[in-house]
Write a protein that binds this ligand. Sequence first.
Ligand code: ADE
Length: 247
Amino acid sequence: MTFTAQILTLYPEMFPGPLGTSLAGRAMEEGKWACDTINPREFATDKHRSVDDTPAGGGAGMVLRADIMAAAVDHALEKQENAPILAMTPRGKPLTQARVREIASGPGVTIICGRFEGFDERLFDARDIEQVSIGDYVLSGGEMGALVLLDACIRLLPGVMGASSSGDDESFEHGTLEYPQYTRPQKWEGRIIPEVLRSGDHAKIDAWRKQRAEEDTRLRRPDLWERHRDGPDQSPSGAQEKDKDKE
Ligand code: ADE
C-alpha cells in the first residue's frame, strides 16, 4: 500500500524537497509513499488569483480565505476521502509521536500549509480539520512543518527503516527521551565509553540505559517526566509500558 500525502501549498516546488533524498527518497522510489501537491491558487475566483485578504478588525498581514481554502480541501477530499486533514499552524495542538504513529498506520494524510497571518477561522468550523503545531515558535509558513510531519511518518512505514530499527527503543516511545549512545573509538580525547556498555551483561546494560533515559528526561524535559511518572497511559508515544518503575 502506498501512503499518500496530499499537500495544499502556495509553494508546491518545496515538495518533496529534502524528502526526495536519503531514507524518504528511497522509500518514495520504492513506491512506499507518494506526494501530490494542490495549489489553492487554482481555486481562486478573481483575475489576480488571490487566496488571501486583510484581517477583519484590522491588524498586520493577510489571512487565507475560507472559501478558497475550503474549495481546495474539498478537491483533496475527492481524491482521498479517508485520510485525516491537518492544517499546520502555531495555533494547533502540538504534534506527538503517538499521533505520528497513528497517521503513519493509515492510508495517508492531507496537509494544509498556512502562510501569512493564518487561516480564516470559519474554515475549521466548516470542515473536519485538525490544527497541528510542530513547536512553540513561528515559521514563515506551514511547509517546513509539513516536511517535519511527513519525515516522522515515512520512517515508520513498513519496510522503510528495516528490521534492525523498528523505532521501539527511541525517544518518546516509552514516555522518556532515549538513553545516550556511544561508538568506537573506545577512548577519545581521554574520554572512555562507560564500562557497563562493554561488559556484555545485557541485564546490566538495560538497567543502565533505563536509568540514564530517566535521569536525562527528568533534567531536560520535566514535562515529559511528570507524565511518565503519572502512568503509562500518559505516554506521549501511545506505547504501552510493561514494567514501569514506580519508585
Ligand atoms: N506555521 C508557522 N509556525 C508553525 C508551527 N510552529 N507549527 C506548524 N505550522 C506552523
